[in-house]
Design a binder for this molecule. Structure first.
Ligand SMILES: NC(=O)c1ccc[n+]([C@@H]2O[C@H](COP(=O)([O-])OP(=O)(O)OC[C@H]3O[C@@H](n4cnc5c(N)ncnc54)[C@H](OP(=O)(O)O)[C@@H]3O)[C@@H](O)[C@H]2O)c1
Length: 245
């Protein structure tokens, strides 16, 4: 299988690249840091293809290059993402736009080039990285949650149309995973999992053809429950999440 993974220079993306390379698949890894990608590529092994997902032309060129030089992409894992803790006092349009441009529009750039190619050949799988944080709006995480909710809704809306053409789309909703992105957090991260375990979980569920890959289960159920609570109870809980002013 030929697997393309974005955001593969560290964290979950790198762990997934390691997993698929170990399993003997042909892996192409993308991210902005060319040197980091190049050294990861040697040990994996994988083919490095540096790019910034916010650059639409670069994403389109990368997909075309893979397909021309190597062959059809069987599985695209659109994982590149960014996260900034955003208290209301620090909210700006720039912060929100930055998260949207990487987490949502970065993914759109890949989708718009991958979908026609996969639909035309009647096969292919796309996995979009979202987050359990996209289930509900929680304090300090608004712009990130909004970008991940957007990914979820987009993927849900595409499932049936793509399935008719033999293409599968999935959404990945992890809870906390230990990576450089969460190493910055100074708050408790319940049921945090290691990146290697996350990668195995994701690969297993994608192979099983699941639409939604969610883990760990306890956090996924807690977030689902939270999203179904009446608003008074829900906001009573989110008020308790506030840090001292
Ligand atoms: N860790 C968690 O708890 C958690 C939970 C739920 C969802 N997620 C999601 O999982 C994904 C991976 O995050 P992670 O935790 O593994 O964090 P990470 O180690 O910081 O990885 C983020 C990856 O995205 C790449 N990236 C960032 N901006 C990019 C851009 N503009 N163009 C191309 N690549 C870009 C980074 O590489 P460069 O800097 O080299 O570009 C890096 O490879 C993200 O979408 C994140 O939102 C993480």
């Amino acid at each position: 299988m030929r697997v393309w993974i974005t955001g593969a220079s560290s964290g979950i993306g790198l762990a997934m690249a390691q997993h698929y390379a170990r399993e003997g698949h042909e892996v192409i890894i993308s991210a902005r840091r060319a040197e980091t990608l190049a050294s990861a590529a040697v040990t994996l092994p994988a083919h490095p293809l540096p790019l910034d997902v916010t650059d639409r032309d670069a994403v389109h060129a990368a997909v075309r290059r893979i397909e021309t030089e190597r062959g059809p992409i069987d599985l695209a894992i659109l994982n590149a993402g960014t996260y900034v803790v955003t208290p209301a006092a620090e909210f700006t349009t720039e912060v929100a736009a930055r998260m949207m441009s990487v987490n949502y529009f970065g993914l759109c750039h890949a989708l718009e080039v991958l979908m026609p190619l996969m639909r035309a050949r009647g096969r292919g799988q796309i996995a979009a990285m979202s987050s359990l944080a996209g289930y509900v709006g929680l304090p300090y995480a608004g712009p990130y949650a909004a970008s991940k909710s957007a990914v979820m809704r987009l993927c849900e809306s595409l499932v049936s149309e793509l399935a008719r053409d033999g293409v599968q789309i999935s959404v990945i909703n992890p809870g906390f995973v230990r990576t450089p992105l969460t190493d910055r957090n100074d708050f408790p991260m319940p049921w945090i999992v290691e990146a290697d375990d996350a990668a195995r979980w994701i690969a297993r569920d994608l192979a099983a053809g699941r639409f939604e890959v969610r883990f760990p289960r306890r956090l996924a159920w807690s977030m689902r429950l939270l999203s179904m609570l009446p608003e008074r109870l829900y906001f009573a809980i989110t008020k308790r999440m506030l840090r001292p002013a």
